[in-house]
Write a protein of this length. Structure first.
Length: 498
């Protein structure tokens, strides 16, 4: 059977984008289908996957499936390589995945399977990544040719971020690897942390560390957690402390220290390599910020760090965004959504007023209530009973802005007919129902024998009656108890016991 992918063009018409032939291997078998489509314009686009009708097919309503995708400008692709499934990577991936303009591809390179090292990343590196993040990973985990490919991309303008860990920096041998020319620190073979051996304490800084911007080079977008220098300094001084850090070793003369601990230990350093930016962050416990009430600062820090690596830290325009919980719902299902107006640094625009409207397939419009949830807004779309394409329109007006910004997001209410969705009989389900109700399953050729069995069976009638008997609530028992009590009183009176 032919499977067709239809994509919406700039004029709103659906046109064929890809096609493939699927051959079924059996009845009621799911066959995976993979089709690709490359958008040529920005904006929201509708995609429909359609199966062409087959000869004799009765139900056609379940032959297609539609959804919507958002094609954005300036989206970032991030490749995150990690050698340990630690707490830090989970929080980092979550905060980056929440950014609508960032796509994070995560690759876990398990150290317990280092007998298969170095891993082959050649297929991964064919993609145009804007930023590479390397976590707690030894340099021997990657092939030299893959490291050279990453080095060329950094030299051409991609960003490279190194994160702290037991095998980070020179503990993992990165300065002496094929990626070494881009490192912000010098080679030090004595700082190597052998795999599978106890952690060398001299390679790490122990205890609680408070991170503060460096007075010389700390005025970068990564560390801007406020509007003024005083606000930024106060924000960092009020941040929760970090639990230890990796030692960066001897820094190159061209390396700048962006942030350090209060005792002067470098924590965040950066340099430029060719057209790209390279950054090393010695800590691996920023998740503590989230757990101690600084989740917004944690999100801003990591978002601004990635934007700085990608050289997109100088954007000046606010962004109005709308995020639907789903793009496909059944009739009558409530649909939650989130929206907001954010600054280029990822913080919320204060004083903004948002209005939301939902547009039905027939063009009718009705308002949707929007409420503030922290620094964002949320709402709930209800009473979407008519199948078809619906649209949510959000308008944002900030103080001093005469023209409101507008953003829309579409979703589909699909037709749902559970009875006709699968017109084929299900013999297995029918057998289970018969056996569960003390019935049976007979073949069609057994019908004459069934009638003969019914005719030969004498008619019977069964009646079930339930009753219970208790001697305690009868008159004889009452009289017996009264006689016993009266006799007891008479004897006690006669014997002078009362």
């Amino acid at each position: 059977m032919a499977v067709v992918l239809l994509a919406e063009n700039e004029s709103g018409a659906m046109q064929e984008a890809a096609r493939t032939i699927v051959r079924a291997t059996g009845e009621a078998v799911e066959e995976p289908v993979r089709l690709s489509w490359t958008p040529t314009a920005l904006g929201e686009r509708k995609l429909t996957l359609r199966v062409e009708p087959q000869e004799g097919e009765v139900i056609l309503a379940n032959n297609e499936l539609s959804t919507f995708v958002e094609v954005i400008d300036g989206g970032l692709r991030v490749l995150y390589l990690e050698g340990a499934l630690r707490v830090e990577q989970r929080f980092l991936r979550r905060v980056l995945a929440a950014s609508p303009d960032m796509q994070v591809d995560f690759e876990w390179i398990d150290a317990s399977r280092r007998d298969r090292w170095p891993v082959d990343l050649s297929r991964r590196l064919t993609a145009d990544y804007d930023v590479f993040l390397i976590g707690d990973l030894d340099a021997s985990a990657l092939r030299p040719e893959d490291q050279r490919a990453m080095l060329e991309k950094v030299n051409a303008g991609a960003g490279l971020g190194l994160l702290g860990g037991f095998h980070a920096f020179e503990a993992g041998g990165w300065a002496s690897s094929a990626l070494g020319p881009a490192m912000p620190f010098e080679q030090d073979r004595l700082a190597r942390q052998p795999l599978g051996e106890p952690v060398r304490p001299g390679l790490h800084v122990q205890g609680s560390l408070r991170m503060v911007p460096d007075p010389r080079f700390g005025n970068v977008s990564i560390l801007r957690l406020g509007t003024t220098d005083e606000d930024i300094r106060a924000a960092w001084e009020g941040m929760p402390t970090l639990e230890g850090a990796s030692r960066l070793g001897r820094l190159l003369p061209t390396t700048k220290t962006l942030a350090s601990a209060t005792d002067g230990t470098p924590l965040l350093v950066a340099r430029e390599y060719g057209e790209g930016r390279v950054l090393a962050y010695a800590a691996d416990s920023t998740w503590r910020w989230v757990m101690q009430g600084a989740g917004d600062q944690h999100r801003r820090f990591w978002r601004q760090l990635v934007l700085w690596l990608a050289r997109q830290d100088d954007a000046e325009q606010d962004t109005l965004w709308v995020r639907l919980a789903q793009r496909r719902i059944s009739p009558g299902t409530p649909l939650p959504f989130d929206t907001g107006l954010t600054r280029p640094d990822g913080s919320a625009q204060p004083g903004v007023v948002l209005e939301a409207t939902v547009v039905a397939p027939d063009g009718q419009r009705r308002p949707v209530r929007v409420g503030r949830q922290g620094e964002t807004f949320s709402g709930l779309i209800v009473d979407c009973a008519e199948p078809g394409d619906w649209k949510l329109v959000v308008k944002a007006t900030k103080p001093g802005d005469a023209t409101p910004r507008e953003r829309s997001a579409r979703f589909t209410v699909f037709r749902q007919d559970l009875e006709l969705a699968n017109p084929r009989a299900n013999p297995l389900l029918m057998r289970q129902l018969a056996e569960a109700t003390s019935g049976g399953v007979r073949l069609p050729e057994e019908v004459p024998a069934i009638f003969e069995e019914i005719a030969a069976r004498p008619p019977t009638f069964e009646s079930t009656e339930q009753w219970s008997y208790s001697p305690w609530d009868t008159w004889p028992m009452f009289l017996l108890m009264a006689a016993c009590l009266g006799s007891e009183w008479f004897l006690r009176k006669r014997w002078g016991l009362v």
